[in-house]
Design a binder for this molecule. Structure first.
Ligand code: PLP
Length: 395
């Protein structure tokens, strides 16, 4: 039914009519993008449309709405969610974006729109633990096979695992939890060359620091729960694409799976997007100072992983593909392993011990027992994912 629907058109506030979108910086885009939604009043901040359903004039009117992307039922499209989608499309340089109720809803909906039984996926390892579990449990159960390649490997390594049935290359950059970097230009090129779709989870950077679609990536996903939401008070996900067909497929999947965002959370998210550029720059400069300090503590710390450090393996690629900073995520390795890691995370002040990231508050976590702990993977899998007992993640 909705295969011919289109993303809501994004343009700048009327007053900025003289400007062309491409001439304007992210700060202005994040604040001034207005979706083309018919509304009797002109609120400066888009209204929260609670309604689950919409009144139509007649039976002919119903058919007309279907043909013209109007509003029928909020699972198919909601003006408040579309305001977020329009802003994200402008920031990402996308054909269209879609909001989801969580980051995992975005990941699972994207995977379900693309994959069918018999297909093969190549994914990096480590990758977000939920994505790992989804691929190794649910998709394997549906006869989708998965090959993992070490995160930060050159694309030649990815290429060496491609088979005729390979349908999707799934990357994440910066990678969770070790912050390794994927060369997006080479990754996008590989996908195009082999006619395989590329998907990148860019939760750790946000479009302010990295715009994967610019490098030929087909779909970029964010857990908007993190930096986009930015205040640890909502769950949401977003997927953006340059491909019209993929957008339509994904919109249909979201409608049928019911993985849509609530208008209330969309409104919180919309408010957060206005400060995203400022927050990302500050997170990045704070993290750079902390990373440098940690690097100077060679007495206790054996390695610091932060893409902004010149000592970092992926620094050169990060420097080429990231803008405005290197994000607020740091990982580091305690010399004395688990003992030292436990002692540190349990004794920090101001910073809280907890999972998640991207809020204005600082959090510290111990991946080997928390996000990549026994509930998600066994010892051997943890070793392969390079999640060591002394690894700490700070943001
Ligand atoms: C948190 C996270 C997700 C999942 O997002 P939820 O909003 O918690 O469902 C996916 N990918 C990355 C990289 C994340 O950090």
């Amino acid at each position: 039914m909705s295969s011919h629907w289109k993303p809501v058109e994004a343009n700048l506030a009327e007053k900025l009519n003289d400007f062309v979108l491409s001439d304007i910086g992210d700060n202005t885009k994040a604040i001034c993008t207005k979706p083309k939604i018919k509304c009797a009043v002109k609120p400066v901040t888009p209204a929260i449309f609670h309604s689950s359903t919409y009144e139509i004039d007649s039976i002919d009117g119903y058919l007309k709405i279907i043909q013209e992307d109007g509003y029928l039922y909020s699972r198919l499209g909601n003006p408040t969610c579309q305001a977020v989608e329009a802003t994200m499309s402008v920031l990402e340089g996308a054909y269209g974006s879609l909001t989801f109720n969580t980051g995992m809803a975005a990941v699972s909906s994207v995977l379900f729109s693309i994959l069918k039984s018999g297909d093969h996926v190549i994914c990096q390892n480590p990758v977000y633990s939920g994505t790992y579990k989804l691929l190794t449990t649910y998709f394997r159960r549906l006869n989708v096979s998965v090959t993992f390649v070490g995160a930060g490997s050159p694309v030649e390594e990815w290429a060496s695992h491609i088979k005729p049935e390979t349908k999707l290359l799934f990357g994440e950059t910066l990678c969770n939890p070790d912050l390794s970097i994927l060369d997006l230009k080479a990754f996008g090129q590989l996908g195009k060359e082999k006619e395989i779709l590329t998907v990148v989870d860019a939760t750790f950077t946000s479009p302010i620091l990295l715009k994967p679609l610019k490098y030929g990536i087909d779909i970029v996903i964010h857990s908007a729960t993190k930096y986009l939401g930015g205040h640890s008070d909502l769950l949401a996900g977003i997927a953006s694409t340059i491909n019209q067909e993929l957008w339509s497929e994904l919109q249909l999947t979201r409608s049928e799976f019911g993985t849509c965002l609530s208008p209330h959370d969309a409104s919180l998210l919309l408010r957060s997007l206005t400060t995203l550029p400022l927050r990302m720059k500050q997170h990045s400069s704070n993290a750079m100072s902390v990373a440098k300090y940690l690097e100077s503590r060679k007495d206790k710390i054996s390695a610091v992983y932060y893409p902004g450090l010149e000592s970092n393996e992926g620094h050169q690629i990060a420097k080429e593909q990231m803008e405005n900073g290197y994000s607020g995520m740091i990982a580091f390795e305690m010399k004395n392993g688990l003992e030292a890691a436990r002692s540190l995370v349990e004794s920090v002040k101001v910073i809280s011990l907890g999972v998640s990231l991207g809020g204005v508050d600082s959090l510290i976590s111990h991946p080997a027992t928390m996000t990549h702990g026994p509930m998600i993977m066994n010892d051997e899998e943890r070793k392969k994912a390079r999640v060591t007992p002394g690894l700490i993640r700070l943001r």
